[in-house]
Design a protein around this ligand. Structure first.
Ligand SMILES: CC(C)(COP(=O)(O)OP(=O)(O)OC[C@H]1O[C@@H](n2cnc3c(N)ncnc32)[C@H](O)[C@@H]1OP(=O)(O)O)[C@@H](O)C(=O)NCCC(=O)NCCS
Length: 144
């Protein structure tokens, strides 16, 4: 992801995440900081998918992942997640964590299909009645 992608990213981000959407300024800030890898996938209409990871060995944190509704179930999220996990691992991360809304069935299925496991639940994390699941890939159950 480069700064010129941010406007197209926001056109996907806002309808998907609504009140909890990141601002354009937050994406600018993420791109400006060290230890982050952000990627996009383009289709014929422009940016179709994006994702980012914060790499702080021995831990990585998936910051965001989203695919435009028009481009879902074509493997874009899986490809981005594979790439970010490989980047984190090659930088020395032994585990990768993420937070996901407990009612995001699609995202949870994606993460489980990539070997993430639920390690904690945070009640009301996203607001009243909106719990977060903390999921982990790697770590103590997968020592090398
Ligand atoms: C979750 C999301 C990123 C998946 O993107 P995608 O490109 O459609 O996912 P993929 O095509 O790469 O799917 C990979 C795997 O994830 C799982 N999966 C993805 N979408 C699913 C769905 N709707 N139902 C069940 N499983 C699903 C499946 O295991 C799938 O593999 P398969 O297609 O071989 O069955 C997308 O639905 C999205 O942007 N959702 C809204 C934003 C969001 O919830 N982001 C995560 C919050 S942090």
């Amino acid at each position: 992801m480069r700064w010129w992608d941010i406007e197209s990213v926001m056109a996907i981000e806002e309808p998907i995440f609504g009140a909890t959407a990141w601002s354009a300024g937050q994406f600018w800030g993420e791109l400006a900081r060290a230890n982050r890898v952000y990627v996009v996938i383009d289709d014929d209409e422009g940016v179709a998918a994006y994702a980012g990871v914060l790499i702080r060995p021995p831990t990585g944190d998936i910051q965001t992942i989203a695919v435009a509704p028009r481009a879902r179930r074509r493997g874009m999220a899986a490809a981005m997640l594979d790439h970010l996990l490989a980047m984190a691992e090659s930088a020395g991360c032994r585990e990768v964590l993420l937070e996901v809304r407990a009612d995001s069935d699609d995202a949870i299925a994606l993460y489980q299909s990539h070997g993430f496991e639920v390690i904690a639940r945070r009640s009301g994390y996203y607001g009243p009645g909106l719990d977060a699941l903390i999921m982990r890939h790697g770590g103590s159950s997968r020592e090398k």
